[in-house]
Design a protein around this ligand. Structure first.
Ligand code: ATP
Ligand code: MG
Ligand code: FE
Length: 342
C-alpha cells in the first residue's frame, strides 16, 4: 500500500510517499521562514499564497524522488484541519483534485492525528494504548491514544501552547523566528539562574499553562543575559511538562489498560531537554519511552501519509465534498477547559 500525503496547515508545505509497511519512499518540504521573518510570525494570507505556489511542484518532486506515478498510489491523504483555513484549503483541494483525476480514495487527515500517530511510523513496536504528550506550536495536550481515530484527552493548556511560549520567548529575547530551535541553541550557552514560575505545577488535574511564564520572561527581559533567560525558560517549560505528565500517569482513567509507552510528538518534541527529561520520567514509571526522529516531530507530510495509511488500513476514507475544519479536536467528547482551546 502506497499513500501520498499532503501537508499545508501552517507554514510548511510538504508532500511525501509512505508505504503501509513503514517505508518513507520520499518526503519533500518547503518552509516559508523567509516570507514570514519580517513579521516575526506566520501571516495567514502570505502562508496560503506560498502553499499555492509550492504545493504542485513539491508533489511532482516527491513522486519523482520515489520513481512513482499517481496511478501507482493507493490513496491520497491531505490535512483537512486544524490550522490556518487558507492553507488547509489549498492542501485539501489539491488532494481532492488529484484523487478525482486519478480515481483514488481521499483520506482527510486531522493534522494532530498526524502528530499523534507519527511515533508508530518510526517505531514498529509501538502498540496501543500509549500515553502521548502532544506538544506543538498550537497545542499542548496529554492524550491516551487507544487506537486509530480513538483518542481520549486527559489534559490541555488553559492558555498558550508550549511551542507558542517558545516562539514568544524567542521574540522577547530577540532570538528570531521560529523560536523553538533558537531558544534551545541560546539555552545551551546559558545557565538557568533566573527564577521563573512553574504555572499549575502540583495542581490535581494535569492541565498546562504557559501564559504566566511568558509574562515573567517579558518582565525579566533586558535584566539578564538572553542565554541565561533562555536556559531558565527552557528549564521551567521542561519542569511543567514533566510535572503535568507525571500527574497524568498517577491519575490514569480507572479500569483502563495500562499504556504500553510514554510517547512525545509535535514540534516541541524536537527539543533535547524535553526528550531527555521525559525519557527519565518514563524510566521511573517502568514505561518504554518513544520519540520520533527530529524531522518527524516538526510539521511534515510523512506523518500525514502515515496517518492516512493507518486510516486506510482501518477502512476509513472520505467523500470528495468533505469540508476543511480550521478547528478540529482529536477527542470531540473532551469538555472545554477554562480559557482553553481544544
Ligand atoms: P500544531 O501542530 O499545534 O497545529 P504547528 O503545526 O505550527 O502547530 P509544529 O510544527 O508541530 O506546530 O511545531 C512547531 C513548534 O515547535 C513551534 O512553536 C516551534 O517553536 C517548536 N519547536 C520546534 N523545534 C523546537 C525545539 N528544538 N525546541 C523547542 N520548541 C521547538
Ligand atoms: Mg512551522
Ligand atoms: Fe504541527
Amino acid at each position: 500500500m502506497i499513500i501520498l500525503g499532503i501537508e499545508s496547515s501552517c507554514d510548511e508545505t510538504a508532500a511525501a510517499l509512505v508505504t503501509g509497511d513503514r517505508r518513507v519512499l520520499s518526503h519533500r518540504l518547503a518552509g516559508q521562514e523567509a516570507a514570514h521573518t519580517p513579521f516575526g510570525g506566520v501571516v495567514p494570507e502570505i502562508a496560503a499564497r506560498a502553499h499555492v505556489e509550492a504545493l504542485e511542484p513539491l508533489i511532482a518532486a516527491a513522486l519523482a524522488d520515489a520513481e512513482l506515478t499517481l496511478a501507482e498510489v493507493d490513496a491520497i491523504a491531505a490535512t483537512a484541519g486544524p490550522g490556518l483555513i487558507g492553507g488547509v484549503m489549498v492542501g485539501l483541494v489539491t488532494g481532492k483534485a488529484l484523487a478525482h483525476a486519478a480515481g483514488k480514495p481521499l483520506i482527510a487527515v486531522n493534522h494532530l492525528e498526524g502528530h499523534a500517530l507519527s511515533p508508530r511510523l518510526s517505531d514498529p513496536d509501538l502498540a496501543f494504548p500509549y500515553l502521548l504528550l502532544l506538544v506543538s506550536g498550537g497545542h499542548c495536550q496529554l492524550l491516551l491514544v487507544e487506537g486509530v481515530a480513538r483518542y481520549r484527552r486527559l489534559a490541555t493548556t488553559i492558555d498558550d501552547a508550549a511551542g507558542e511560549a517558545f516562539d514568544k520567548t524567542a521574540k522577547l529575547l530577540g532570538l528570531g523566528f521560529p523560536g523553538g530551535p533558537a531558544v534551545e541553541r541560546a539555552a545551551a550557552l546559558g545557565q538557568p539562574t533566573v527564577p521563573l514560575p512553574r504555572p499549575l505545577k502540583g495542581s490535581p488535574e494535569p492541565h498546562f499553562s504557559f501564559a504566566g511564564l511568558k509574562s515573567a520572561v517579558s518582565r525579566a527581559a533586558g535584566q539578564h543575559p538572553a542565554e541565561d533567560l533562555a536556559a531558565s525558560f527552557q528549564l521551567a517549560v521542561v519542569e511543567c511538562l514533566i510535572d503535568r505528565t507525571a500527574q497524568a500517569l498517577r491519575s490514569l482513567p480507572a479500569g483502563g489498560k495500562r499504556p504500553t509507552a510514554l510517547v512525545v510528538a509535535g514540534g516541541v518534541a524536537a527539543n533535547m531537554a524535553v526528550r531527555s527529561a521525559l525519557h527519565t520520567l518514563a524510566r521511573e514509571h517502568d514505561l518504554r519511552f518513544v520519540a520520533p526522529p527530529l524531522w518527524l516531530c516538526t510539521d511534515n507530510a510523512a506523518m500525514i501519509a502515515w496517518a492516512g495509511a493507518e486510516r486506510f488500513a482501518a477502512g476509513l476514507t472520505d467523500p470528495l465534498d468533505i469540508a476543511p475544519r480550521p478547528r478540529w479536536p482529536l477527542d470531540p467528547s473532551a469538555e472545554p477547559v477554562r480559557g482553553a482551546g481544544v
